[in-house]
Structures are given as C-alpha cells and as structure tokens.
Design a protein around this ligand. Structure first.
Ligand code: BGC
Length: 463
C-alpha cells in the first residue's frame, strides 16, 4: 500500500485525520458486531425455529463464507469501482443483511441474510484498511491497525451487551436487526468521504485527485509533494497474480501470510466468540449468567488488546506471540481438564470461567492484533494488495471452518477433548513461530522486502 508523505500539522491535516479515524472506527465496529451478535441470539432462534445443531452451525458459519467471498472480490471491485463505492456497496449490503436476518420467517431466509451480511463485511474488511492506508496521514498510520483491532473488539463487546440486554425477552430478531443502525451510520460516514487520491490517479483522474488533496492537506507544497510521491509509486504497478506465478520468494510471503491467519483462527478464539453462552451452559450456568459472563469475555477482550498496543513496538512481535500461545494453551488445557473432572461447586465454576478469561487475554494481547500487523508487513510492495487479499481470504475461510466444526466436535469427541485439541494447536504454534515467523519490529518494509527477495529464511527477513 502507499506510503505518503506526512502533511504539515495544519487544521486540514487534522480534519482529515479525524475523518479517517472515524471511518476506521466504524468499519472495525461493524466487523466486531457481525462476529459478536450471533452468540447471544442462537439459543433463542434455535428454540424458535426448532432447528438442529448442524443447521445452527451453518447459520453461524455461512456469514464467514460470505466474508471470504466478499474479501475475494473486494480487490477487483475496489480497483474497478473505486474504494468509496465499494465501501458504500458494503454498507448497503450490511444494512440490508441485518434487516433480512431480523425479519427472517424461516431458517433458509436467515441463512441468506447471514450470507449477505458476510459479503458486506468481507468487502468492508478489505477495502476500509486499504483506503485508510492510502489516505491517513503518515503520523497516524501505524496506530491505525491497532485501532482497527481495538474497534473490532469493542464491536464484539457492544454486540454481547446488546444481546445480554435483549436476552431477558429472548428477542433474537432485535438482536440481529439492531446492528442495521451502526451499518446506516457507516453508510452515512462513507458517503461524506472523498475518494482515495491514489485510486483517482491510478485511473488518470489527476485533477480530481488534486481537489481531494486540497481538502485533505490544504497546503500547495504538500499537495504537489504527495502527488509526486503517488506518481512515483504508480510506476510500480500491483502485479500480484503475475508475480505469484513468477516469483517463488513472493509465494513464500503469501504462504506465510495465509499460514499466520490459519494459526490465528486455530487458536480457538472464535469458538468462544460464537459459542460462549453454550460453553457457559456446559459449565452449569443458567441463561442469565451465561449472557453476563459472555459480556465479561467481551470486556476482557477489549482491555487486553491494550496490552498488545502498549508492547508491540517495545518487546517486538515474536516474544508477544510466544507469550500469547503459552497463555492460550494453558487456559484452554485447564478448561478442558475441568470439564473432564466435572464442575460441581461454585468455586470450580469460577475457576473454570477464570481460565477461559486467561485464554481470552492470551489471544487479545498477541495473535488478535499481531497477526494482522505481520500480514501487512511481510508482503513486497508490488504484490501487497494480492498478498493481503490472500491472507484476509484465508482468515475468513479458516474462521468459518472453526465455526462450523465446533458443535460437531463437541457432539462427537466431547467437550474436554475439543478444548484440549485447541490447546494442542497453540502448542504447535509456538514451534511454528520459532521456525517461520520473522521479527519485524523497527525494520523498514523495504528492508523486509530486500531480505525476502534475496531468498533469506522467512524467520530472518526482519534482520
Ligand atoms: C480475528 C477475529 C476475532 C477477533 C476477536 C480478530 O483479530 O480476526 O476472527 O473474532 O480478533 O477479537
């Protein structure tokens, strides 16, 4: 993605920064709302429709398949229609999908609504960060990725809280429908945004790009510097697909990005995000406690994300990932063991909930934000859009497989064994991190690219 020059600290620059922050916030929030909203609604809609666990698993997971599909076409759409129109399309589908979900007369219609919602979030989750990287002033671009993840976690929390509030009446339709409101706000926000100047120049629409930069930067010198810089970058066209077939070093970085996202999903985080009330039910809690504990899970997820934000540029990526995988393995291992031993007393219940929260802390302080950061750092400039597209697509596919397989796993191998399985994955990921993951702290993207293309081992491309 582009590297623009820092604008002078004038009021225009500040206004632009506020604009893009608000957009990042809303896009991340929608992502999170989408993930979080289904957990509280499922037991009520399962009862209402009288559907099996298998059908329920599909209702949960079809959204992620839709998101994979959305992420797949987002690259093409955002280069053809432009970033802004792609985001508008995403927002319209988001609002439409939420309304269909809330009003669905049958499980089939609900499936369609969830699929549409997924496509919307796939479009937005690819295009919004791309737009941000192209428009955000340099000084705030680094903070943007962390902020995006933070907003995802806040979206999840808000969805958990609204589910909890609505659970007293068991109104799953409102739970699913109400997220149309933030969707409409996003639509409104995007409608006021300018198109990305980089995209406009890609299409040869330089005078329009200049007008946008006038709004964003204000200052003549800054505008011509910025336009010169974009022109320079456009000399390196995105040739991801071509490069993927021609260059084995690029295939390595694309493969690593995809593997990182598989690792993120196989930590088991989304099992808790989608099925937390069900897990608390397995620990012997009634519906009200299930919902409140789920809200606490959401809160801990938000708070622990600050640990990553505070430490990522001090300690580096790898130490935090190691710590995260160890904490997650312990958390899930102990939860599984408690389920095997049987949870009888209040003390045992609290302890098991506590260990599940330890697992959440492990994820939020490490793999949650850091995998996204790494995925955007390891791709060479010419193939960055393609590389990030591949890893984002993989995130959603792996995400949906995790969502789809959880209930069958519970019903076949058992609760304890399912948690042990995810604990074991986390142990394997410690090894994979040692073997394959580079430390990218404090290294320029150009240096990473030079090392990759020189054929250095993946774990050394940050040196
Ligand atoms: C992951 C999501 C997950 C969320 C939880 C994100 O980084 O990609 O799948 O639900 O973190 O906070």
């Amino acid at each position: 993605m582009s590297a623009t020059t820092a604008p002078p600290a004038n009021t225009h620059g500040k206004a632009a920064a506020i604009f893009v922050c608000v957009l990042a916030a809303l896009a991340g929030l929608m992502f999170g709302l989408d993930i979080g909203v289904i957990s509280g609604a499922q037991q009520f809609l399962q009862k209402d429709f009288g559907i099996s666990d298998d059908t329920l698993g599909w209702i949960v997971s079809i959204m992620m398949f839709g998101a994979a599909l959305g992420a797949l076409v987002a690259g093409w759409l955002s280069s053809q229609l432009g970033r802004k129109r792609t985001m508008i399309l995403g927002a319209v589908l988001f609002v439409g999908g939420s309304v269909v979900c809330g009003m669905a007369p049958t499980p089939e219609v609900l499936l369609v609504g969830r699929l549409v919602l997924g496509i919307a979030i796939g479009l937005a989750s690819f295009t919004a960060p791309l737009y941000l990287a192209e428009v955000a002033p340099e000084s705030i671009r680094g903070a943007m990725i962390s902020m995006y993840q933070l907003m995802i976690t806040i979206g999840i929390l808000v969805a958990f809280l609204s589910d909890t509030a609505l659970s007293y009446t068991g109104n799953w339709r409102w739970m699913l429908g109400v997220i149309a409101i933030p969707g409409a706000l996003f639509l409104l926000g995007v409608a006021f945004l300018p198109e990305s100047p980089r995209w406009l120049m890609m299409k040869g629409r330089d005078p329009e790009a200049e007008q946008v930069l006038q709004r964003l930067l204000g200052n003549r010198d800054a505008i011509s510097r910025e336009m010169g810089e974009i022109r320079e970058q456009l000399k390196t066209p995105q040739r991801g697909v071509h490069m993927f077939f021609q260059n084995s070093n690029f295939r390595r970085s694309v493969g690593l990005g995809m593997l990182l996202q598989v690792m993120q999903q196989l930590t088991g985080m989304n099992v808790v995000m989608y099925y937390a009330p069900r897990i608390f039910q397995g620990m012997g809690y009634d519906t009200e406690s299930q919902m409140w504990f789920t809200a606490i899970v959401g809160l801990v997820n938000v708070l622990a994300t600050f640990i990553a934000i505070g430490l990522v540029d001090k300690l580096g990526r790898k130490p935090i990932l190691y710590a995260g995988f160890v904490v997650m393995a312990i958390g899930l291992g102990v939860v599984g063991t408690m389920m095997r031993l049987g949870i009888h007393t209040h003390g045992e219940q609290f302890f098991t909930v506590g260990m599940l929260l330890v697992f959440i802390v492990g994820f939020a302080m490490s793999a949650g934000p850091l995998i996204w950061t790494l995925c955007s750092e390891i791709q060479p400039l010419k193939g960055r859009d393609f590389g990030i597209g591949c890893s984002t697509f993989t995130n959603w596919v792996a995400n949906s497989l995790v969502g789809l397989s959880f209930l069958p796993l519970l019903n076949s191998i058992g609760q304890a064994e399912t948690f042990w399985l995810y604990a074991a994955f986390n142990v394997v990921f410690i090894g994979l991190t040692i073997w394959l993951v580079p430390e990218t702290k404090g290294v320029t993207l150009e240096q990473i690219e030079r090392n990759l293309m020189a054929g250095k081992a993946l774990r050394r491309i940050g040196q």
